[in-house]
Design a protein around this ligand. Sequence first.
Ligand code: WT7
Length: 654
Amino acid sequence: MSQDIFYPNRELFKDSPIPNMESYKRLVEEFEKDYEGTWAKFAKEKIDWFKPFDTILDESNAPFYKWFSGGELNVAHQCVDRHLATKKNKAAIIFEGDNGDQRILTYRELAYEVNKTANMFKNEFGVKKGDRVVIYMPMIPESAVVMLACAKIGAIHSVVFGGFSADALRDRIIDATAKLVVTADGAFRKGKPYMLKPVVDKALESGCDSVEKVCVIERNGEDINWIAGRDYSYNELIKYQSSKCKAEPMEAEEPLFLLYTSGSTGKPKGVQHSQAGYILWAQMTMEWVFDIKDNDTYWCTADIGWITGHTYIVYGPLASGATTVMFEGVPTFPDAGRCWKMVEEYQINQFYTAPTAIRLLHKMGEDEPSKYDLSSLRVLGTVGEPIDPPAWKWYYEAVGGSRCSIVDTYWQTETGGHMISPIPSATPIKPACATFPLPGIIAEVIEQDGTPTPIGEKGFMCFTKPWPSMIRTIWNDPERFKKSYFGDCKKDGKSVYFSGDGAMVDEDGYITITGRTDDVINVSGHRIGTAEIEASIKKHPNVASVAVVGKPHDIKGEGIFAYIVLKQVPISKADEVADDLETMKEINQIIKSDIGAIALCDGMAFVPDLPKTRSGKIMRRILRSIIKGEKITQDISTLEDPTIVSTIENIVNQ
Ligand code: WT7
């Protein structure tokens, strides 16, 4: 099947911005001929500037690139206010709660809510331009309102995924030295309330001295603790705010938000994004990759705690004046038909989700889509991890009725928006393949010295020219920024951005992403650093050393597997391993409280030692091969103790 090519269905794509491959190629050539000029053209056309920019790209302090310097804009104005003239009564956000409750915010209502919230932040909490606001929220419209309110007054938001633990939240609050934390009492999941505010309370118990106020939004109405003078009710304060608020003029390069993500060392990185470059690409990719039209209803199932939620639930859809659906619940509640029921109900035109959700829905309800009218769908998107051909096929046939284009969008927290993706109206699609770089993106699969990797072989997925929506720096750590992204690969002697992913180009120039080359695992499309999990496991008093690797998993893509050496009772026999279920539970408890349930181990093995070189380096590659059941092809003679490999194999395979 991988040889099959699927062409766009012409009936579905009329008046598309990139209508066919010829126009795609023309646009690519336009960027080749005049890279900066073409970007400037789009920046002028798409952004409602308060003050025009005077420099397109400033490379003088590479890799700290600057785009559109001198220009002034406001992202909330770009996403909301500027649409009021033509779309004030159009639905901006359609919300569906876990229990099926619905709410619709028109652009006018959204503008008023954003303004009231912005005034509250300024007047009640003293938030000023440049201050950091941590947002720990469920999937409710207020989350988008709060993000946009920050943008309106120039505060820098840092959304922390609601599944992260109190400790993980605290670390992010401290790193960002946040002044305000915005949260909710909790929300609903699978028909039951769950809580967020108590997690904030716990996070703030120690070390978060920068936090002055906590703003609490009511969602589930459950009882929560209030600390007088620190905690304030959003629902109460909002009543007294004016619905008018001037947009703060922001310089193009001032930070819009931080979003923490995992790298190959222990500490999460605060990825810093810009105002102009970020919003420009969010809007352009929304139009190119989702072919969004004025009458469309678009739904992305991500959580606002991840970059997909930022760019493709809030900023991209609203910048392009679209109607974006926000869903509080999970795709499997009350049954595996929930998403398809919603597609029918709202007549969704673009549906964007992760391969892990597709695999789960496929497994739970192979024929479920056929029970609903899904004929409104035109574009189906996937993101977060490579999609496997069986999942792709089911998505294409059962969900898309063999009619829709599937866009396998490859990108990262750091890239701000899509990088490599089919264009649904133009690209002949090979299943489970991200296909070609978007116009304006210079993507190359190369060796570390910049030579192109031969066709069909794995190389480094690099972006060899700066692009507007790229990460600007790591908050508080510019050196780590340089080292993490510009330290590995060079082209023509110049450091270029390396994504951390491997990729392969085929004879037709199609790019397939082969996965991370570093110690980062991708669990259900979420990035988790093995070093973070290892640091957590080492906190158990009986753990001497540990190595964590990814393990293939049917639904999650990758699961988490830990090889652990205990201080006492080194265990090598089957019956004794079982005795240590208690320790396993304790270890998972530590991970849960340190990071959150997303980082729980799917498996552990207690081993007498880890495969180490004589210089003490753990050979993770061997450990990865063992858990995958692969034959060990590496040379193990350089190990301190080569026999350890078969010992571990026996333990794992028993
Ligand atoms: C990593 C980025 C981008 C938003 C969601 C995840 C992997 C992402 C694809 C894809 C294969 C993909 C990469 C990347 N990835 N999209 N279409 N095909 N792999 O954002 O948490 O920053 O993770 O996700 O490994 O580096 P993130």
